[in-house]
Design a binder for this molecule. Structure first.
Ligand code: DO4
Ligand code: MG
Length: 284
């Protein structure tokens, strides 16, 4: 089951239940926020019950999807795939030991990624920094957690990163990772999959330039080293998320060192079981 945020013709944001190429508008049933659904530990049951009522059905192609985040903080985990550890050790002599150690350590790398209002939706531009020379997308599965730290859904995330800034010095990580358009989430939240199901999903990245594919890569969610509940537990340790939180779970697809994004490239991230997140690239 997929739930989304979308704008109606007057620009008002509604919550919808996506069914194939249509969606049911949940507003007439009194659902105006994702968060009220996500606070329920079993939102699928609640939505199935709501969807039995008479609700307006719209074509997905007639609405503008918004990022599926309201007031949740957006965080990210790093170096959770062997591929990410290797790529980062290669990009940086200075920080290589840190990546090696954090991959093996008990405590995961977790960092703040974005305020919710700065997240971009599918179709909106993601950013590459004008002061960076080496920019890449990071296609990542995202855990959607309610205020109790329970994982109630999954979405797709792009943890846009400037590898030259990150590689120069680990202390530059926030500048390499947090800037305008550096986080995309969407197209919606998939509810009802447990960790075993999500681990069967594949993640695909396709980058297009002038209509041609210039990089494709694929990995499997099963390659994530840490259990999802372990990541959620560390995030919620000694910290309250009264509005819930989103956690990007790290990247397992890294383009070759010769590759950098350019303005007007299009980044497509597909996770089987969820859908497709598609964003053009803009210099910021
Ligand atoms: O430590 C750097 C960031 C790691 C990251 O974002 C990832 O592995 O996806
Ligand atoms: Mg990442």
């Amino acid at each position: 089951m997929n739930i989304c945020r979308f704008k109606d013709k007057r620009g008002e944001v509604h919550v919808g239940l996506v069914e194939d190429s249509t969606l049911l508008d949940l507003k007439p049933a009194g659902i105006t926020q994702l968060q009220s659904l996500l606070e329920n530990d079993n939102p699928v049951e609640e939505i199935n019950w709501i969807a039995r009522g008479k609700l307006p059905r719209l074509a997905l192609s007639d609405v503008q999807l918004c990022a599926p985040v309201e007031r949740q903080e957006v965080w990210a985990a790093g170096v959770t795939y062997l591929r990410s550890k290797t790529a980062r050790m290669q990009e940086s002599d200075f920080s290589a030991t840190a990546y090696d150690k954090v991959y093996a350590a008990e405590r995961p790398e977790l960092f703040f990624k974005s305020l919710p209002e700065k997240v971009v939706a599918t179709g909106e531009p993601v950013g590459i920094r004008r002061d960076a020379k080496w920019n890449v997308p990071e296609p990542e599965l995202v855990l959607v957690m309610n205020s109790k730290g329970k994982i109630v859904g999954h979405t797709i995330g792009n943890d846009m990163s400037s590898r030259d800034i990150e590689g120069e010095n680990l202390l530059y990580l926030p500048q390499a990772k947090i800037y305008t358009g550096s986080c995309a989430l969407g197209p919606w939240i998939h509810l009802g999959a447990d960790e075993a199901t999500a681990r069967e999903w594949k993640i695909r990245l396709d980058i297009q330039r002038s209509g041609k594919s210039v990089f494709t890569g694929e990995t499997s969610v099963s390659q994530i080293k840490r259990r999802f509940e372990e990541l959620a537990e560390y995030l919620f340790r000694s910290q309250v998320f009264s509005q819930g939180a989103m956690l990007l779970t790290g990247t397992g697809i890294v383009p070759p060192e010769t590759f950098t994004l350019q303005e007007r490239d299009v980044v497509e991230i597909e996770i089987t079981g969820i859908g497709l997140l598609r964003n053009p690239v803009m210099v910021v």
